[in-house]
Write a protein that binds this ligand. Structure first.
Ligand code: AMP
Length: 220
């Protein structure tokens, strides 16, 4: 099953992607997580993209597509994957189509998580992320960890991502509207899009997402 998850920053893509990928037994591929891992490890790629991420801009397509292609070529992704944060513009969507065509595959579904802008800013400004596993996220008000600053799941340190500051969030939102939203129309033309309201509990949004998937993917 090959699924793309789209939605503005703060819609809960990372959280939903982790849950859905586990349910569907496919790898969760997040380009944002891959960039952050490279930055944490101090790789050449990490050094190249560090300031772009902290300012909330988009990493150039060639770099992003090459990294995503590399990840999708790994053995665990041969039976399918769930893409989170990629593609992020029309040119990446076309590059993904090309990569899939080379291996004789197509996408099965595009899940579009919808959320009002004020809710995005509220969610992101209070978001705290685990340094050990960025799918472990908390919120200072609506989902506080048991011990402040410590991840409930693995004990990792919780921090506020540089790009989660309010002015950066506003920049990321405007990039989302200009660059990423058009891919929804692109995929609608292919009949792949299901739009889901992301203003609900994590469990409820997961339920809506599973229900929106084509029947055969739910049976996996
Ligand atoms: P995310 O974790 O998906 O919010 O991504 C964090 C940051 O990584 C973004 O603000 C971009 O700077 C960069 N990034 C992630 N995915 C992409 C992509 N597909 N294209 C360009 N930049 C990306």
């Amino acid at each position: 099953m090959r699924i793309v998850l789209v939605g503005p920053p703060g819609a809960g893509k990372g959280t939903q992607a982790a849950v859905l990928a586990e349910r569907l037994a496919i790898p969760h591929i997040s380009t944002g997580d891959l960039f952050r891992a490279n930055i944490a490890q101090g790789t050449e790629l990490g050094k190249q993209v560090k300031s772009i991420l902290s300012e909330g801009g988009l990493v150039p397509d060639e770099v992003t597509v090459a990294m995503a292609a590399d990840r999708m070529a790994r053995p665990d992704a041969q039976g399918g994957f769930l893409l989170d944060g990629f593609p992020r513009n029309i040119s990446q969507a076309k590059a993904l189509d090309g990569l899939l065509a080379e291996s004789g595959h197509t996408l099965d579904a595009v899940l579009d998580l919808e959320i009002p802008e004020e809710e995005v800013v509220r969610r992101i400004a209070g978001r705290r992320t685990c340094r050990k596993d960025s799918s472990h996220t908390f919120h200072v008000q609506s989902r506080p960890p048991l011990r402040p600053g410590v991840c409930d799941v693995c004990g990792g340190e919780l921090y506020q991502r540089d790009d989660d500051r309010e002015e950066t969030v506003r920049k990321r939102l405007s990039i989302y509207h200009e660059e990423t939203e058009p891919i929804i129309g692109y995929y609608q033309e292919q009949g792949l899009v299901s739009t889901i309201s992301a203003v609900a509990s994590v469990e409820e949004v997961t339920r809506r997402a599973i229900e929106a998937l084509p029947q055969r993917s739910r049976e996996r």
